[in-house]
Structures are given as C-alpha cells and as structure tokens.
Design a protein. Structure first.
Length: 475
C-alpha cells in the first residue's frame, strides 16, 4: 500500500502513532499445525525499498507556487509530486538560482518530515538526509553541481533487537528518522526518531516514550558514535531505556538505565552493573557493567562494515533457559539502495564458559540465509518453497544434537501431507489433511476521547526528560 495513514492516533494495543507504512517482513507463514504465537523480528526491513536519485546540470526552472523552503537550509528549495498508487512519488530539489540539483524517486508517499538538509560532512555545502526506513544520505558535489548518494555519509545501518514478545509494528526504529547538525564547530550531529512508543497503562491513560537517539561526530570520512540511547522490552513487558557513552577507546559503555514503574507511572533510574549485549559496527559486545567479557566480530568485510546493515536478535534456540544470539548482516547496496548480500550466524550461550559460542548445527540448518528459522514450543522450524510446494521442516534437540522430527508438505490445492521420522532418521507418513482457511484479523480500535498521555522525550543532549501529561486529542 503506497499511501501511509496521516492520522495521528493511539491504538489500544500500544502500536505506534504517526505515519506508518507497511514494510516487508522476513518471517514466513507459521506451520499449519501451529497456533498463533509471537516471535522476535528484526527492526530492520530485509528488503530495502527502491529509491533512486537523478540529477541534471544547469537546468533552470521557474520556482512553482508550491515550492517549499526548508527550515534547516537556505541553499535549497524543493517540491514533492504525489503521483498516485501506480507511480513513484518525486522529490525535486533546486538551488537558490532555481537550478535543479536533485530528483529523488520513491515508491511510497514522501512526507516533509523525511526531507532533512544540513551540512553533515562540514564542507560548506548542505547535504540531504532522506529519513525513510533507516535513512539515506546524498552529499552535494560542487563539481557536478548536484546531490549524489554518499557512501561516506551513510551512517552504518544497524539496530539492536530485544523485544521478543512484541510485534514488528509496535516497536520500529525505522519511521520518521531525523538528522540534524547540533554543533558545527565540533562537527557533531544528532540522529533520532521523531515517533514514539506507546503503552496503555489503564483506560484512557497511556505512556509515550522515545525510541532512539544517537550523537555522532564527523571524523573526516566516517562517523564516530559519542552517545546512543536504545529501548529494550523484556519478555514480561517491562520497558527499559538505556544510555551508552563512548569511552577513550570508542567502545560504548552503559552509563544510565531506566525502567518504567507501572505503580508510580514514571521512569526510574536503576543499576548499570549488569550483564548485557550491544551491537557495534563490526561485532557484538558481551559486557558486565564497564567490563568487556567477550567481543564477537562478524560481517567484517569492508563493504559490510562501510555500507551494510546488521542486527542481533535474542532467542533461546536450544531451550536451555539462556538467550542465544542470531547475527544478521548485509553488505553493499546497488544503485537502487537494495542490499546485495545477506548472511546469518547463530551463537549459543555456554553458561559454563560464560560466553557465546558459534553453533555449527544451527548455521548449517538452512542453506539460504533469507529463510528464517522459527521457534514453536520445543521445536525449531523453517519453510522452503519450490514449484508451488511448501515444505516445512521441524527439528528437536536430543542430547545436544539437532535432529529432524517432522515435515509438512503443503500443496497448491490446500492439502497438507505430514511426515514423521523414526530413530534412524527414516521418514514415514503420519496424515493427510486440508489446510485451514486463515481468518481475517479484526481491526484495532482507536483510543477513546479523553485519553491522557504521560510524555517522555530525549532532549538535544540525549537526556531523558519528563514533559508532563496532556490529552491525546487536545480535548
């Protein structure tokens, strides 16, 4: 669906308010025998939307009445053309003389909040940050007199995922990203998200809290992260806001941690001397307070580190009571902004060694990294499709060995052939049945009139600020 809802409302289940757009999900359909269940999905979309930018030199255009002047730049004006469901929206950018210096085509609705100008590389020319999905940068090239996609400015795409009991659309770092210059002299920018998370506390009372904040310093050809704030939601639903700051080695150290106290209905600062994992540009770090227990590098190819995307995801893949980690990363992008390589690496937590160990069994389970491995009850499963036939394979752990326990073959006519396996791994037929028809989901209600919001935000320095309580609809 091309057009995103522009009506700001709070949904009773706690989904995001603001502009929302459908993004492709990596998760395939659950097996036909499985009851509906919740599972972790990465906050990063796995298929990047098509975005292109073209330029023409010395094209003079009379500035139209609908030309927009950005508050963040006096070097450009722009206009947005909304072209209906079947054609791309178009963002056209002009310099002060009316020369066209950029033309960006985007397959979804372009919103003014996604158009951010600023001199992000501090060379005297304003650049463009297009804040859709994980954000895309174009820097101004004075020799070409145009905006060109910038690999240097493209701040490394990564995200931290630890909310296995929440659906993708409830927690999404990708919407309405912003980038602005906060200190020209020190070459510091802030990268944050203008949308907020929502949590229904009681009837007509809800919490709004910030998702993400990052302060970065331009180092000549790359960014250095100085501070990062992230959201974590535990399986019991407790919301944590965590703040990291870079030490002298550039490693991020947990400096503040808040949890939302449902009794006092306020965020409360809590201890930081805990074990935790966070993601860097080339690794994940297993920490205890300020001490590094383990650094695990993955996806260290130059293209992946420079221009890729990555995430980490927590699940108990071997059902031993400890969270394990799945690392996902992609390498360079093509001209349309699509990532050209993806891979997954699984690490199981070893409580005796107190470290994460790469799992050859899980890593060898699926040959195609695009195929996700799911968890249901005490089994792992994945689905492969070929010639209109879907095969779903089920696996169980037996004495630390992953063994196949079942297979379901789903035909195009809706019939399902089920198979089991004996102790020697021989397959046998168990039953044949008809696939049930999926029910249409019920629409979520809008929050009632009189709903009050308890509001928290991050200020420009990334400090958590309580902004009081106000009515959702201004009534």
């Amino acid at each position: 669906m091309k057009y995103r809802s522009m009506i700001i409302m709070l949904l009773l289940t706690g989904i995001l308010a603001g502009c929302a757009e459908k993004t492709p999900s990596e998760n395939s359909e659950p097996p036909v025998t499985a009851a509906p269940h919740s599972e972790t999905t990465t906050a990063r979309t796995t298929a990047r939307t098509t975005t292109t930018i073209t330029t023409t030199e010395a094209v003079t255009t009379t500035i139209a009445p609908d030309m927009k002047i950005p508050e963040s730049s006096d070097q450009y004006t722009y206009t947005i053309q909304h072209n209906g469901l079947d054609e791309d929206d178009v963002l056209i950018i002009f310099d002060k003389s009316g020369n066209q210096v950029g033309k960006l085509l985007y397959e979804y609705w372009i919103d003014d909040r996604e158009v951010n100008f600023g001199d992000y590389n501090f060379d005297g020319y304003d650049d463009l940050f297009f804040g859709s999905y994980r954000g895309e940068f174009w820097e101004f090239d004075p020799e070409k007199n145009s905006l060109v996609r910038s690999d240097d400015l493209q701040h490394y795409d990564f995200n931290y995922t630890n909310f296995s009991n929440k659906s993708h659309y409830e927690i999404d770092y990708e919407k309405s990203l912003r980038m602005y210059v906060s200190d020209k002299e020190e070459k510091i920018c802030v990268h944050d998200n203008s949308n907020f998370g929502h949590l229904e506390l009681e009837e007509k009372l809800a919490l709004t809290y910030p998702f993400y904040y990052e302060k970065v310093k331009w180092q000549g050809d790359c960014w250095q992260t100085l501070k990062r704030n992230e959201t974590e939601i535990k399986k019991d639903g407790t919301i944590y806001l965590k703040s990291y700051e870079a030490d002298e080695n550039g490693d991020l150290i947990l400096t503040k941690r808040y949890y939302f106290d449902t009794e006092t209905q306020r965020f409360v600062e809590t201890d930081t001397d805990i074990e935790y994992v966070y993601l860097t540009e080339d690794s994940f770090m297993y920490m205890k307070g300020n001490n590094i227990i383990q650094r695990v590098e993955f996806g260290t190819e130059l293209e992946a580190v420079k221009n890729g995307t990555r995430s980490i995801e927590f699940n108990d893949y071997n059902f031993d009571g400890y969270d394990d980690i799945m690392c996902r990363y992609s390498a360079a992008r093509d001209d349309q902004g699509n990532y050209t390589l993806r891979n997954k690496i699984y690490y199981l937590f070893d409580p005796e060694k107190n470290e994460y160990v790469m799992s050859d069994q899980l890593n060898g389970l699926v040959s195609d990294p695009l195929i996700p491995v799911h968890i249901f009850n005490d089994e792992l499963y994945f689905t492969e499709e070929k010639d209109d036939v879907k095969n779903t394979y089920f696996y169980r752990w037996e004495n630390d060995i992953l063994k196949i326990s079942g297979r379901e073959e789903s035909m195009e006519d809706g019939t399902v052939q089920c198979y089991g396996y004996d102790e020697d791994g021989n397959e046998y037929i168990t039953e044949k049945r008809q696939m049930p028809v999926a029910e249409t989901p019920t629409a979520v209600s809008q929050a009632p009139l009189g709903t009050q919001l308890i509001q928290y935000v991050y200020d420009e320095d990334g400090n958590l600020v309580y902004e009081g309580q106000k009515s959702l609809y201004g009534d």
